[in-house]
Design a protein around this ligand. Structure first.
Ligand SMILES: [Zn+2]
Length: 432
């Protein structure tokens, strides 16, 4: 058993403890606060918090950080798709996912809602010990592609499944209404339901998506027409569209949810999906601000996500929490719109709830995994500390993370070769 002491222990499930400690044995928290034990490690001037849960990420796109700057979303998506399938092979995508894992761990993230395409993220997450759900993406705008897309999806899920644990699991992700036919949405939903797999989807993210679903117009509609795919506008909001197909249920994690109509809130209230908010990615794409306090009022699980670094560009949960609070206060012109405690909960236990993993992780409670982070509060830019949660949410950054523990083990990654490998891949991409 090892005891970790710090100036502050922030369990999230209960108020911060001054000069507290946690006891860790066999990768789990055995009591909090700790009782006796021989090995004691003391982190002076620090806070111990649960590992952050980044409930929406795309590790495989890490290599594209900075490659797709200042593009409209409707241009960003096809350029991303082109480079992914034409210029990046499996080896490059694996290096990309590994770089993403290193970035996450150094930023104090220990659990992900990861959306992957090639599946290299599943391998990378296992190599680095990251927990969470790896959602296999599925695409297919034409109804004629649906059966084949489902068959391919089933095959991929079968290959991942043997390596699953309680806290590292696979899920499925029909990508978005403008890349997935109604038929494929239904087939994937039926498969997920039968196989007890969690789902996630990008929904109500952009104006173009809203136009596409409601009226069959806009940039995405033009792309379907160019490809000869018939448009079948649903005449309702994107959320109402997937709800009509049966996808909005507690095992569904909705990503973005910016373009919601008032009637959509009743769907959230009655169907109880989870929601991951990506404030910085949404803002960078000029997509608007999700109505987070109003979504909170429905009582559903809410987490925070960075989205890919191709649209963010840095994984820093402190920044993400600040962005979430500042955007809501600016939008509502109300100090009560969102506070530090709520944002901190979203970034930890809320994210765990979104992924169905809160019984195992997300807070510093007895019996949960010892996935925790040591935040150094002695930085002059963070001092003085009156309230550790407020100090971290409003003043800290990823550079204040002194250590990340996963399953009771301190992580120590030598990333220099990996950085060189990724720089060489980027050099090739630059020339294309
Ligand atoms: Zn995404």
């Amino acid at each position: 058993m090892t005891i970790y002491e710090a100036d502050w222990i922030c369990p999230v499930s209960s108020p911060p403890i001054r000069n507290g400690s946690i006891a860790v044995d066999n990768g789990k928290i055995v009591s909090c606060p700790a009782v006796e034990g021989r090995n004691v490690r003391t982190f002076r001037g620090c806070a111990i918090i649960p590992g952050f849960v980044n409930a929406h990420s795309h590790l495989e796109l890490t290599i594209l950080r900075g490659f797709l700057e200042d593009l409209r979303f409707s241009e960003w998506i096809p350029k991303l798709t082109h480079v992914k399938y034409q210029h990046l092979g499996r080896d490059e995508m694996l290096a990309s996912a590994r770089l993403g894992c290193v970035e996450m761990i150094r930023a104090g993230v220990t659990c992900l809602g990861e959306v992957m395409d090639l599946g290299t993220a599943w391998q990378a997450m296992r190599e680095f010990g990251l927990q969470g759900i790896a959602f296999q993406e599925v695409f297919g705008p034409a109804e004629t592609q649906a059966d084949q897309a489902l068959a391919d999806l089933k095959k991929k899920i079968d290959t991942y499944r043997p390596a699953q644990t309680d806290t590292l699991r696979v899920g499925v992700s029909p990508h978005a209404p403008y890349t997935v036919s109604a038929k494929l949405f239904c087939l994937v939903n039926r498969f997920a339901n039968a196989e007890n797999l969690r789902m996630t989807t990008h929904i109500a993210e952009s104006e173009d998506e809203g136009m596409f679903v409601r009226w069959g117009t806009g940039a995405f509609a033009e792309r379907w027409t160019e490809r000869g795919i018939p448009l079948l506008p649903a005449g309702c909001s994107p959320l109402a569209f997937i709800d009509g197909l049966g996808l909005v249920r507690p095992e569904m994690l909705l990503v973005h949810a910016i373009d919601l109509e008032d009637s959509d809130f009743e769907i959230l209230r009655s169907k109880r999906p989870a929601f991951v908010h990506c404030p910085k990615s949404n803002a960078k794409f000029a997509h608007g601000v999700a109505r987070v306090p109003e979504i909170c009022d429905t009582g559903i699980a809410i987490g925070l996500g960075t989205d890919s670094v191709a649209s963010n560009n840095v994984v820093d949960t402190f920044e993400e929490m600040r962005a979430a609070i500042f955007q809501q206060r600016a939008r509502r012109q109300s100090i009560d719109a969102l506070d530090a405690q709520s944002a901190f909960r979203m970034a930890t236990l809320g994210g765990a709830e979104c992924l169905g993993l809160s019984q195992f992780l997300g807070s510093l409670d007895t019996g949960k995994r010892a996935d925790f982070v040591v935040v150094d509060l002695t930085d002059p830019a963070v001092q003085p500390v009156y309230d550790p949660i407020a100090a971290m949410v409003y003043s800290a950054s990823r550079h204040n993370i002194r250590a990340t523990f996963i399953g009771g083990q301190e992580t120590n990654v030598d990333y220099r070769d990996l950085v060189r490998e990724c720089a060489a891949i980027a050099e090739q991409l630059r020339r294309k």
